[in-house]
Write a protein that binds this ligand. Structure first.
Ligand code: AG3
Length: 282
């Protein structure tokens, strides 16, 4: 039998992918990074035994964490990404011509350099865009010290184990909030609630205390196994959330961007939650 990757995220449940060709395998003090090829999903990036992204389904995750907040906000010019070293998030943000600057704060330089080599379709030139300002630093340190303001902040983290853990704390969210412009929106990767209910619970409790408008929205990404993934949403005003399908459609048409998952009606529908997820909210 061919070699297989077995995910170690949950103690009692695992997804397994055939490793049809291994391209990169590097263990450092910070993280264990692997890239391999799988017939169904294309190239797969894993950190510490957990799938982070695959060529086959990355667009669902990246489109939903970028176009939802950017199109909801009428004029996002300055965007901050915490994490996202593979460049997929930066790529999607930079498709918006009105965005003037993207600051991306990645803790592990190796993720960027090998992604350029082994996963070039993820960044698709984003690292060469003059609007991208790349910072190699701990995201929590960065938000604690920064004094610039942003219209949209995207937390593209790993799960709350290892280096990603602090990115789920109330103090981190509080510092990130202080970097938002008045109509700004913060969005987060919040795990798969069926498998990781406490992750969403904790974030939503913090958001309730920090934001005027808070909640979450969902999308199903095949390799984040176990049901839909939740994305946290926090804003200091409800104007971004209240936008209609028609307005979103006009804004999307004005960008001229062609998408594979996002539609204005998906955008609105994503905030309708199944009861088991609704029950995790305070
Ligand atoms: N970061 C999110 C990985 C989450 C995996 N977790 C899970 N299956 N619950 C992806 C980084 C892509 N830019």
């Amino acid at each position: 039998m061919r070699e297989r990757f077995i995910e170690v995220l949950h103690e009692d449940y695992a997804q397994s992918l055939s490793i049809d060709n291994i391209l990169y395998d590097n263990k450092s003090k910070l993280q264990h990074i692997q890239v391999f090829e799988n017939r169904r999903f294309g190239r797969v990036l894993t950190l510490d035994g957990v799938v982070q992204t695959t060529e086959g389904d990355e667009y669902i995750y990246h489109e939903m964490l970028t176009h939802v907040p950017i199109l909801a906000h009428s004029c996002a010019r300055h965007v901050l990404i915490i994490g996202g070293g593979d460049g997929g998030m930066a790529r999607e943000v930079l498709r918006h011509k009105l965005v003037e600057s993207v600051t991306m704060v990645e803790i592990d330089e190796r993720v960027i350099s090998f992604s350029k080599t082994y996963l070039p379709s993820l960044s698709n030139g984003a690292f060469d865009d003059p609007r991208l300002n790349l910072v190699i630093a701990d995201g929590a340190d960065f938000v604690g010290k920064a004094d610039s303001k942003y219209d949209v902040i995207i937390i593209d983290s790993t799960d709350p184990v290892g280096p990603g853990e602090v990115l789920f704390s109330k103090s981190f969210y509080g510092s990130a909030k202080s970097l938002l412009n008045p109509d700004g929106v913060l969005v987060t990767q919040n795990g798969v609630p069926f498998m990781q209910p406490d992750e969403l619970k904790g974030t939503m409790r913090a958001f309730q205390q920090l934001f005027t408008d808070w909640g979450c929205y969902i999308a199903t990404i095949p390799t984040y196994a176990g049901g839909p993934m939740a994305f946290g949403w926090g804003s200091l005003s409800s104007s971004a959330r209240d936008v209609s399908i028609e307005v979103l459609a006009d804004r999307l048409a004005a960008t001229g961007i062609d998408l594979r998952y996002y539609t204005p009606s998906i955008h609105k529908a994503a905030f309708s939650l199944p009861r088991y997820i609704e029950k995790l909210l305070p």
